[in-house]
Design a protein around this ligand. Structure first.
Ligand code: SF4
Length: 213
């Protein structure tokens, strides 16, 4: 299986080039963006981040009344729920003096366990934070990865962590590889492997079973 995951990665990288994710100026912006993007698209997140940018410091968001925060991030959708989630995240981050460096030193599994205990931080959100803010090598399982691997012909586990571990067992624990892999799968799902796929010209065409049902 190893060579197949690696081969997919190599073909995507060759076709799309390095994606250099996550699209954020700071790790803090990355983490807030990962909460805002839940159940919406990046265009709406960008609008919310534009409004939030003058306040994009942990201390400022901590002091901000939750109703005000909800209004500022309104364009991301589910804004009341997301404001609560951001506040819960800030409460946890505050316990570490908002120090990313301190958190980066923590063991990956322990850090993941703590993130998953925060209200509203699920596995996908925790894992993108681990990967793009805390620089821990981890494979992010999202709807795009599920769709692409299924269509190629892989029978992946249905559970989040089962899926993740199959990929992680097959690949080296390489931060740069996981950083690019997730971004490349997103790019591929947008350009070729859309809900109605464009298989002509797809870089995975020759290794894909094209299971479309
Ligand atoms: S060949 Fe078609 S189904 Fe297979 S990965 Fe490419 S776009 Fe998706």
């Amino acid at each position: 299986m190893q060579h197949r995951f690696q081969s997919i990665y190599d073909r995507l990288l060759d076709h799309y080039g390095p994606q250099s994710w996550w699209p954020a100026d700071t790790p803090f912006e990355m983490m807030i963006g990962s909460i805002l993007v839940q159940n919406t698209n990046w265009r709406n997140v960008n609008k919310a981040l534009l409004q939030l940018r003058p306040h994009l410091e942990p201390v400022l968001i901590d002091k901000m009344p939750i109703d005000k925060l909800a209004q500022i991030i309104r364009s991301s959708g589910f804004f009341n729920i997301k404001a609560k989630r951001i506040k819960a995240f800030i409460d946890w981050f505050k316990d570490y003096d908002y120090d990313i460096g301190q958190l980066k030193k923590k063991d990956k599994n322990q850090l993941r366990y703590e993130l998953l205990k925060i209200n509203g931080i699920g596995r996908e959100t925790a894992d993108v934070m681990l990967l793009y803010a805390f620089h821990k090598p981890i494979f992010v399982v999202d709807a795009y990865a599920r769709r692409i691997f299924y269509r190629i012909g892989f029978d992946m586990p249905t559970t989040y962590d089962g899926f993740r571990m199959v990929v992680e067992k097959a690949l080296p624990s390489d931060l740069q590889l996981y950083n690019e892999y997730h971004a490349l799968l997103v790019q591929h799902a947008k350009e070729h492997c859309k809900s109605s796929p464009i298989c002509k010209g797809c870089p995975l065409n020759t290794i894909c079973e094209q299971r479309l049902n």
